[in-house]
Design a protein around this ligand. Structure first.
Ligand SMILES: Nc1nc2c(ncn2[C@@H]2O[C@H](COP(=O)(O)OP(=O)(O)O)[C@@H](O)[C@H]2O)c(=O)[nH]1
Ligand SMILES: [Mg+2]
Ligand SMILES: [Zn+2]
Length: 358
């Protein structure tokens, strides 16, 4: 039985190393390089949590109420590229109604739309691609029917989440519309031990199971527009105040009514960050031979292909143990196909035919 890296309680040496790498990379925005005083490890001062950011101000949950604050004076940076929902910040109050973000507590992790390349030194490098921080669990929300469920998107998210050292779960919403096809897709992920919940905000089913996954954690909903992230947030909050989008019957895609990520507390020590639909996840910064590291089901066979740099791609079947494992059904064909699709995107192989004999 292969190990499934971070989805499993058993951590291999390799995934531990990966964790270490992610740790040193996370939290490294430009600010840390230009102003070491801004990011601090810990403090006894009163802190608040970033709820939402706008260009030059942030809404912060501070001492039990919502305040609006600006970045501290002299910090030459834009608020919405410096702090993100989930960030813990030190607040300085100057006037009864004038607050400043004086420090940022070092982050546990950052979820970004793309791999954050710490070697890029340009101002604010990568930061505008950040979505949220300090996440205990990310729930990839997908839906039955509108928009249709597609594993490709899930796989890209799994890759980025693993890269950023974030635990994940999958939520199939609109379970009231679920088909047999959807069930097959979910099975791919159940097989690799990712928690899967099925919900319907219309029938109010599965919400308690979802709560069990989220309770006591800082969580985030990610996924396409129109899958029901805001509806689920409403269900957790037991309100209907959070705007949901209307899915166009023509395209099956939702209009973007959620435009920024926002943090909500729905139970004691339990928070959820609702995000806008993310149209594209950029994985082009990954190197071809790095992709396989994010497919935990490949881990047990590592180093057993004939060529040490085997991409499990165009190499012949006799020399590739992964291809053999796919053929014998130990690794699911769907996940292998996802790997090939991601790999071919990264190496820009436009001639890839997923159904070709490899
Ligand atoms: N059939 C069905 N529709 C749902 C469900 N949850 C949400 N919707 C609808 O899906 C659309 C998009 O929901 P929304 O929460 O705005 O999605 P978001 O863009 O991911 O935040 C809205 O028209 C909702 O009424 C569900 O469980 N079943
Ligand atoms: Mg929404
Ligand atoms: Zn191989």
């Amino acid at each position: 039985m292969p190990h499934y890296g971070r989805y499993d309680s058993t951590q291999t040496k390799k995934s531990k190393e990966k964790k270490e790498r992610a740790k040193t990379k996370s939290g490294k925005g430009n600010i840390e390089q230009t102003d070491n005083q801004f990011i601090i490890k810990r403090t006894n001062e009163a802190t608040g949590t970033i709820v939402e950011t706008k260009y030059n101000e942030a809404t912060i949950l501070y001492k039990g109420k919502l305040i609006t604050a600006h970045l501290k004076k002299g910090l030459n940076a834009v608020c919405n590229q410096t702090v993100f929902p989930g960030d813990i910040v030190v607040i300085k109050q100057e006037q009864p109604d004038e607050y400043y973000i004086n420090n940022l507590i070092k982050r546990k992790n950052v979820l970004a739309r793309t791999k954050i390349d710490s070697t890029r030194k340009s101002p604010n490098a990568g930061t505008s691609r950040n979505i949220a921080t300090n996440i205990d669990v990310a729930v990839i929300v997908v839906s039955a029917k509108t928009p249709p469920l597609h594993p490709k998107f899930i796989d890209r998210y799994l890759m980025l989440l693993q890269y950023n050292n974030i635990d994940c779960a999958i939520c199939l919403n609109k379970a009231d519309l679920k088909t047999e096809e959807d069930e097959k897709v979910l099975d791919i992920y159940r097989k690799i031990k990712i928690p899967v919940v099925e919900t319907s905000t219309i029938n109010s089913t599965g919400i308690e199971n979802l709560k069990d996954i989220l309770r006591g954690k800082q969580a985030i909903f990610v996924g396409h527009s129109g899958v029901g992230k805001s509806s689920l947030t409403n269900a957790l909050m037991e309100t209907d105040e959070i705007k949901t989008s209307h899915v166009s019957e023509k395209s099956g895609k939702g209009r973007h009514t959620t435009t920024t990520s926002k943090y909500y507390i729905w139970d004691e020590n339990s928070s959820i960050i609702d995000t806008p639909g993310i149209r594209s996840l950029d994985i082009s910064d990954f190197k071809p031979n790095e992709i396989k590291e994010y497919f935990p089901e490949f881990e047990d066979w590592e180093g057993r292909c004939k060529y040490s740099n085997c991409l499990h791609y165009r190499e012949p079947m006799e020399s590739c143990i992964i291809k053999q494992a796919v053929k014998s059904g130990i690794i699911t064909k769907e996940r292998y196909d996802s790997y090939i699709r991601i790999l071919s995107d990264v190496i820009n192989d436009v001639n890839i035919d997923i159904n070709e004999e490899r």
